[in-house]
Design a binder for this molecule. Structure first.
Ligand SMILES: [Zn+2]
Length: 307
């Protein structure tokens, strides 16, 4: 390449890089901190919780609908995705309001809502929240899932193959994963929690053994190139998921022993059951309280042969 051609080529490349950076910056600004994963797939900020959006030509497929009051912010991000920004399908990874907060808004525009049957049930009746000593009111009918399943399902949206399945008793009783197979992106809801303390809704049956089993299942669904989208926090790799699974298994083994010895969460905390783990806890007592309640509820699974 002669000098003039070299300079021309270099200028073209630099211009391309600058344009690329500008596009990336613009889309990050509108799409939130994490932005696009592929041309059609992006993680957007749904009021602090992740919403995964696929632009599939004739409309959007969402995993979770964001926290209440975040609809306008989400709609602005969807318009930036290109393609038609009408929401056609919503998956709810579980029933919490951070994941279902805008269901009724998108449903009123024609979206169908797919979720596990237990999620529909939790959203259909008032339930007692022990930690807050109050009832969470049933959601209006328009916010509830319109299509439910018990084990697994799949369908095609544009060119994308979408596979989904149940993750039993990991965070609630209705957790699911959603795999965008062609893009190799896996949404896992709050079953994987890199940012917050792992939450266990023990009153639904969720427990720490279920959480470990669910992460084992996800490790089979993912490969080394899969990008994993949790309910909160950054996009993860399979290695990150494996690290969280191993840590949770260590916690399970420690708590299992303490529970069999008859200890409650207060004794566990004072005895340093969470010491030396590669994780800081915002509210270790609440985690231990919920984990111990879950272990008690699953006492039939406490193997008598474990010393
Ligand atoms: Zn949750």
């Amino acid at each position: 390449m002669d000098w003039v051609a070299y300079r021309f080529e270099r200028r073209k490349i630099l211009k391309g890089v600058a344009a690329g950076l500008l596009t990336m910056w613009a889309s990050r600004r509108v799409l939130g901190q994490q932005g696009r994963l592929t041309d059609g797939l992006a993680v957007v900020d749904g009021g602090g919780a992740n919403v995964l959006a696929l632009s599939a030509g004739d409309g959007l497929v969402l995993v979770d609908s964001g926290a209440p009051m975040s609809a306008q912010q989400l709609l602005a991000a969807f318009r930036n995705l290109g393609g038609r920004s009408t929401v056609k399908t919503i998956f709810n990874t579980h029933y919490h309001t951070d994941q279902t907060g805008n269901n009724e808004i998108f449903a009123s525009q024609g979206a169908k809502i797919i979720a596990h049957e237990r999620t529909r049930q939790w959203m259909s009746a008032d339930y007692w929240v022990p930690a807050e000593e109050r009832y969470e009111k049933a959601r209006p009918k328009s916010a509830r899932p319109t299509e439910t399943f018990l084990t697994a399902g799949s369908f095609k949206a544009g060119n994308e193959q979408i596979d989904y399945g149940h993750l039993p008793l990991a965070h609630t009783s209705g957790d699911i994963y959603v795999l965008f197979k062609n893009s190799n992106v896996l949404a896992v809801g709050d079953v994987v929690s890199p940012l917050r303390d792992p939450a266990l809704d023990y009153f639904t049956g969720a427990w720490i053994g279920g959480r470990v089993d669910a992460m084992d299942l996800l490790l089979k669904v993912a490969n080394d190139q899969t990008r994993i989208v949790p309910a909160y926090g950054p996009v993860m790799t399979r290695a990150g998921l494996k690290a969280e699974r191993d840590l949770m298994e260590e916690v399970r083994a420690r708590l299992f022993k303490q529970v069999r010895e008859g200890e409650g969460p207060k004794e566990m905390l004072e005895g340093g059951v969470l010491k030396g783990l590669a994780r800081t806890w915002k509210d270790p007592y609440k985690f231990l309280y919920d984990a111990a309640k879950g272990l008690w509820a699953h006492h039939d699974k406490l193997d008598p042969n474990v010393v």
